[in-house]
Write a protein that binds this ligand. Structure first.
Ligand SMILES: [Zn+2]
Length: 158
């Protein structure tokens, strides 16, 4: 093999390695985005279940007085698919059955734009923030430096 032919083979091999690495990164980014979306959908579903259950058990009554993850864990007993309501990005959350923080004070006193639920710290990776559920039912993804994530730390707890 001549020197120029050897260089050509090395160039082609390097190009293929770069293309594969870029493709793998793109696939990993797409998988992560899908999991973040599923997590947001889980939080929305938990909130809707809470509202429906509250309307069924006690129409026009107050929301559950439970705090933190207990606010959500009551569905483990009454909702058949409650085990699907875990953050798909959190191995630890699924292992210990505690993926989401709930309100740290009476949810009835919170305003519509106050966070009533959120990912636990580290669910989406160290220092990554996570999804925040507002009392209005909206879910927003927030980075750790986002003021919404900071507020979620004040109004929700494990
Ligand atoms: Zn999550």
């Amino acid at each position: 093999m001549s020197l120029s032919k050897g260089l050509y083979v090395i160039l082609i091999a390097s190009f293929l390695v770069l293309v594969c690495a870029y493709g793998l990164q793109a696939v990993q980014r797409a998988q992560r985005m899908a999991r973040v979306t599923r997590c947001a959908s889980n939080l929305r579903a938990l909130w809707q279940t809470q509202l429906q259950y509250q309307a069924w058990v006690c129409p026009y009554g107050p929301l559950s007085p439970k705090r933190g993850h207990e606010f959500w864990h009551q569905w483990k007993r009454v909702h058949p698919s409650a085990n699907d309501f875990d953050c798909p990005l959190s191995e630890e959350g699924r292992r210990i059955g505690l993926s989401y923080r709930g309100p740290c004070r009476d949810a009835n006193r919170l305003k519509p734009d106050d966070p009533v639920g959120a990912d636990r710290e580290g669910n989406h990776g160290p220092g990554q923030g996570g999804n925040v559920l507002l009392k209005s039912g909206d879910v927003r993804e927030a980075s750790e430096s986002d003021p919404l994530w900071v507020r979620a730390r004040e109004t929700t707890m494990d």
